[in-house]
Write a protein that binds this ligand. Structure first.
Ligand SMILES: [Zn+2]
Ligand SMILES: [Zn+2]
Length: 444
């Protein structure tokens, strides 16, 4: 008797992305690449594995990410490695390692890929999650902040997301933040006992992170704490004002959120998040800000930077909901252009050759390698949504002409049994169909 074998499941907090969802993701990524490239960003691909020290130094040794959420392990040669929990540190490491700063000027880099954090799994949050992000290295000019945020708003508009809100704040710089932290620490001493356990610890180790706490009972206390904006130095204040007036000039609405800090220690000055109405106010789909000292923290030259990361899992969720509500063209499942139905062993060679030649012209072709009856083959063709079925049986082989059936209209034509002729026929028929589409404004 065969032994029962328990199937293996995917790891908790990870998931498979299946079609048609992958097609939605492809659409989102294509749009992102197009918009990033229009703003002069070029792609960088960094490794998923990095030295653990990279994140301890940049993200911050006392952040939740580094203390609780990283996938860290000793490699066989004892080196401590980590699956990247975010990509900004990696991009800056690469910038320093390859001395990109020698070329001078601005470096605008974007990336797409998986990140790893051992977070509590919940809707739209995964332990292997995906980010699309970009970094501008080499300038602290507020116009960089404005232009990058403007680009993000354009991307969200292109994706037909309508209900989103830009939250804006400044977290100051190494000159003004210590003074604020002193005041904040003092204020926290008085209320500390009433805060959640995490905040009681943060109040000592990393008081800024208290502002970020999501525990309901802490909110009224946090609302009354001193605010960074009231302690900004002259330069930081001017920088923030310049970002705000730049956003107004580009027609980008924002909301001042004085307690907005991000979960990473390297931020300076501008911090921002965009939340989507579709996912609820707590759910940022993207966030970012300025990190003027990060390059130095990682042993590089001064290289002010600004960047963001979009949570692709949550963005895809928001986009899907938005597209369902609006009469816009949702991503169509990729349908094959033609299904090749062959009857009798003698036809198989000709059918395989036709499929090969048509695919070389980038036409999407399906073919079954199981012997079939015509009726059954036509059933398969309509089930998979093929627009045409090419029929090759003994009669077609003898006459040297294939039957091509339009699955939409039912019309059937004879086409010379030559892959080039069949391709030309399919091109002509699809061009006609698209031409009569009112959306293209063309007439045939
Ligand atoms: Zn400052
Ligand atoms: Zn708390």
């Amino acid at each position: 008797m065969p032994k029962h074998i328990e199937p293996i499941q995917s790891v908790k907090g990870t998931r498979d992305l299946l079609p048609p969802e992958t097609e939605l993701w492809q659409r989102v990524e294509e749009e992102a690449r197009r918009v990033f490239q229009a703003y002069g960003f070029r792609e960088i691909r960094t490794p998923i594995l990095e030295a653990t020290a990279l994140f301890a130094r940049s993200v911050g040794a006392d952040t939740d990410i580094v203390t609780k959420e990283m996938y860290t392990f000793q490699d066989r040669d004892e080196e401590s490695l980590t699956l990247r929990p975010e990509a900004t540190a990696s991009v800056v490491r690469a910038y320093i390692e390859h001395r990109l700063y020698h070329e001078g000027g601005l470096h605008k880099l974007y990336y797409l890929g998986p990140m790893f954090r051992r977070d509590r799994p919940q809707k739209g949050r995964y332990r292997q999650f995906y980010q699309m992000g970009a970094e501008v290295l080499g300038s602290d000019h507020p116009a960089i902040d404005v232009e990058t945020i403007e680009m993000l708003v354009l991307l969200l508009e292109r994706l037909a997301l309508q209900e989103f809100t830009l939250l804006l704040n400044s977290v100051g710089c190494p000159r003004c933040r210590p003074e604020y932290l002193k005041v904040l620490r003092r204020a926290l001493e008085e209320v500390r006992a009433n805060l959640c356990a995490d905040c009681q610890r943060r109040a000592v180790t990393n008081p800024l992170r208290v502002l970020d706490c999501k525990v309901e009972a802490d909110q009224p206390i946090i609302e009354r704490l001193p605010r960074m904006v009231d302690y900004l130095c002259m330069e930081c204040r001017q920088h923030l004002e310049a970002v705000k007036s730049g956003l107004q000039d580009s027609g980008v609405a924002y909301q001042d959120v004085p307690r907005l800090v991000r979960g990473l220690d390297y931020y300076t000055r501008t911090t921002f998040e965009i939340t989507s109405g579709a996912l609820g106010a707590q759910n940022a789909i993207l966030g970012g800000g300025r990190y003027d000292g990060l390059s130095e923290m990682l042993g590089g030259p001064p290289a002010p930077g600004f960047g963001f990361a979009i949570g692709e899992d949550r963005l895809a969720l928001a986009v899907k909901e938005a597209w369902e509500k609006q009469p816009i063209e949702a991503p169509r499942a990729r349908r094959p252009l033609a299904y090749i139905a062959w009857m009798g062993d003698a036809a198989l060679g000709a059918a395989a050759k036709l499929a090969r030649e048509l695919r070389r012209q980038n036409l999407s072709i399906e073919i079954s390698y199981q012997p079939n009856k015509l009726k059954r083959a036509l059933g398969t063709a309509s089930k998979i949504g093929a627009r045409f079925t090419v029929i090759i049986g003994e009669g077609e082989l003898a006459s040297g002409r294939y039957q091509v059936k339009d699955m939409g209209t039912g019309q059937q034509d004879e086409v010379e049994a030559d892959p080039g002729k069949v391709a030309a026929y399919l091109h002509e028929k699809t061009a006609k169909r698209e031409g009569s589409n009112p959306a293209t404004g063309e007439r045939t």
